[in-house]
Design a binder for this molecule. Sequence first.
Ligand SMILES: C[S@@+](CC[C@H](N)C(=O)[O-])C[C@H]1O[C@@H](n2cnc3c(N)ncnc32)[C@H](O)[C@@H]1O
Length: 272
Amino acid sequence: MSEEFVGQSGTAPTVIDTSTAHIARVYDYFLGGKDNFPADREAAARILKGNPGMRDTCREQREFLRRAVRFLTRAGIRQFIDIGTGLPTQENTHEVAQAIAPDARVAYIDNDPIVLAHARVLMADRDHGRTVFIHADARDPRALLAEPALRGVIDFGQPVAVLLIGILHFMEDRDRPGDLIRAMLEAVPSGSYLAASHGTPDFAPRMGDAVQAAYQASSMPCRVRTAAEVGELLAGVELVEPGLVLLAEWRPDGPVPDDRQQITYAAVGRKP
Ligand SMILES: C[S@@+](CC[C@H](N)C(=O)[O-])C[C@H]1O[C@@H](n2cnc3c(N)ncnc32)[C@H](O)[C@@H]1O
């Protein structure tokens, strides 16, 4: 490690490796945040060569997350499992949901210790047991679902929204994203929802491939997928209107910009 930050995550000290780029910190950089290091910014520069509009893509993804959470809360959902939380930013999942339904509960899950350290410090005082942060890996859904802290906040007898936003394309085929989705859907009752976004090469193949290669060159896994592949991953839910579309096209609040990014799909589906 060329540099390290020692913080506090729960009761255990957290050691953060800053010598290699991390997905959460690169994303934080694209969103204009300050929680990133030189290795993250170097990786971001490589990614921007592949997709000069990457900042817009990330902003569109965050906006999709907010619209999806509002839609789900208005549909009556009061429990969210947000897998691949990212670093805290403006209008995080629990803030969006609790602005509509103060009793909404959120379990945040991420495998990057810096996310957990920041999130716990920022949210600890303001929460009343309705939000929990869990350090777990989406590639091991059985362990994730067995987390006592998850069971403490989420009642698996009631509908749940599982958010997989900006994470699935960081799971290679060997990481079995389909197994994660199947396990989550098996764990939640009928009437639960899944909201997901996924990078794609469908509209701009060269850009999609270049972004994937840039992430991989910085030791971050990346696998963009076609509509057919994403559709297969989401086969266990019935997609709500407008189905699988580009991020900015999913129930937009206003006119859809002509120059919208064409590199990431979005969808929300209901477990029958
Ligand atoms: C691009 S950020 C997305 C943040 C947020 N969901 C959003 O859409 O704005 C992806 C997050 O997924 C996390 N992540 C990647 N692979 C993961 C895994 N196998 N298990 C848990 N979290 C993971 C990263 O640490 C990062 O915080």
